[in-house]
Design a binder for this molecule. Sequence first.
Ligand code: PEP
Length: 260
Amino acid sequence: MIQPLVIANWKMNGSYAANYSLLTYLLPDIAVNRRTRVALCPPFPYLAQVGQRLIGSPVWLGAQNVNQHASGAQTGEVSVLMLRELGCEYVLVGHSERRAMGEDDATAAAKFAAIEAAGLVPVLCVGETLEEREAGQTEAVVARQIEAVIDAVGVARFVDAVVAYEPVWAIGTGKTASPEQAQEVHAHIRGLVALHDPHIARELPLLYGGSVKPDNAASLFQQPDVNGGLVGGASLDASAFVAICDALEQSHRDAACQPV
Ligand code: PEP
C-alpha cells in the first residue's frame, strides 16, 4: 500500500517568529505513530531554522525549488547538495507558480534528474490551466508534462518520486477540483506511467493540490488514486493543517479496513 503523504508548501510566507509559533502549535499535534508522512517546505532562508526544529520529530523537511546544476555561476540559485546538507528529503519541481515564471518541461526534467541523483525525492507538479480544462485538454497537458520527464530521465527514476496533480485554476483560488475530477486525472496519470512500468505506477504516490482545506480533504482523500495532498494556504494555519493530515490518516485507515 502507498504510504499516505501530506506536503506543506509555505510558498513565500513566514518569518522567524511566525515559523516558531506555527511549529510550536503544529509539531505536538502531528502524532508520532501516524501512518501518514508529513513534510514541510518553507522558503530557502528558513530551511535551517525549520530543519533544526524537526530534529527528533516525525516530520520531514522539503524545499520548494532547486537549480539543476551542481555548482557554479548561477547567481541566486541553490543546488540539491546544499538542500541535502540542510536535511531536505523532498523537493518540489515544476510547480505551476514556477512554470508561470518561465520554467519549462525540459527544465523541470533536468531538476527532477538532479534531485533524484542526489538521493532526494522529486515531487513533480503537473496540472492544467482553466482554459486548457475548458478546451478539453486536461489529460493531454498532464501527459505532456509527465512524458517530458519520463523521456528525459526514464521511468525507472520514478521509483522514489512523487507526482502532485495541481490544477492551476484551483491553486490559491479557493476553488477545488471535485473528488471525481481529481480521481479522474489521478487515474489517468497512473495509467500513463503504467504504460511504461506497471509496478512503478502501482507504487507511485499521487498527491492532489489546489485549495485543500479541512472541509474538502476527506472527500478528496477517499478517492482510490489520491494518496495525499500538497497543501499551500491551509498549511500556514496549524489547526487546519493538522485537520488535513488527520483526514488523510483516517481515509487511509478506512481503506485498510475495506474487505478485499
Ligand atoms: C500549492 O501551492 O501547491 C497549493 C496547492 O496551494 P493552495 O493549497 O493554497 O491552493
